[in-house]
Design a protein around this ligand. Structure first.
Ligand code: AP5
Ligand code: MG
Length: 212
């Protein structure tokens, strides 16, 4: 199954992609995580991407399409994948079609903007492995320490209230049009993402026709 998770920043794409990945045994492919890794390692691509990411803008289509193409060519993606944070523009969606990739479903996780702002202030991510937590809704067992690898959990650089507002504006302008793009192709399903994480997962599995 080739899936796309669509939704505003903080809607829960990463959280739900991880659950689907665990269930179906196909990889979660997050362009955001790959870009953050490149920034952390100071690669030339990371250096080019950093400014856009820090301000809440999108990284250029050219860079992102390039990394996505390389990633889906890897062995573990040959039996399916979950795209988390890609495509983000109509140009990226068209590039996927031009690569000859068939998408089975596009799942939109819908959360209103006012809920997003409150949610983002509590997110913490592991500096070392990128695992994501929330101080209230998905706390680590020990405060500040990643359950998965023991790394230090920190706030993401683009989770400040001002940057979250910019990211939401960019989402509505550049990414929300993809709902029509995939809607007209009969691929779009929408689930409400405002309930607790496990409740949302139930809705996600139902929408994808996955047994729990
Ligand atoms: P990216 O990393 O993709 O960020 P995003 O889309 O802004 O989304 P987030 O990762 O912030 O949120 P999410 O929906 O994954 O939510 P999560 O599950 O973490 O991109 C970052 C940047 O990289 C972009 O701004 C851009 O610059 C660049 N970029 C990436 N891809 C690009 C592309 N294709 N083109 C161009 N540029 C690109 O959940 C959020 C928090 O809420 C967590 O703390 C979580 O624990 C909690 N939570 C989740 N679900 C629930 C729930 N149901 N109830 C309560 N809390 C919940
Ligand atoms: Mg994410």
């Amino acid at each position: 199954m080739n899936l796309i998770l669509l939704g505003a920043p903080g809607a829960g794409k990463g959280t739900q992609a991880e659950k689907i990945s665990g269930k179906l045994g196909i990889p979660q492919i997050s362009t955001g995580n790959m870009l953050r890794e490149a920034v952390k390692n100071g690669t030339p691509m990371g250096l080019r991407a950093k400014e856009a990411m820090d301000s809440g803008a999108l990284v250029s289509d050219e860079i992102v399409i390039g990394i996505l193409k390389d990633r889906i060519a890897q062995d573990d993606a040959q039996d399916g994948f979950i795209l988390d944070g890609f495509p983000r523009t109509v140009a990226q969606a068209e590039a996927l079609e031009q690569m000859g990739i068939t998408i089975d479903k596009v799942l939109e996780v819908h959360v209103p903007d006012d809920r997003i702002c409150a949610r983002m202030s509590g997110r913490r991510v592991c500096e070392a492995c990128g695992a994501s937590y929330h101080i209230d809704f998905k706390p680590t067992k020990t405060e500040g320490v990643c359950d998965a690898c023991g790394g230090k959990t920190v706030q993401r650089a683009d989770d400040t209230p001002e940057t979250v507002l910019s990211r939401l504006a960019v989402y509505h302008e550049k990414t929300a049009p993809l709902k029509d793009f995939y809607g007209t192709r009969g691929k779009l399903v929408t689930v409400e993402g405002q309930q607790e994480i496990d409740e949302t997962t139930k809705l996600v599995f139902e929408a994808l026709g996955i047994d729990e």
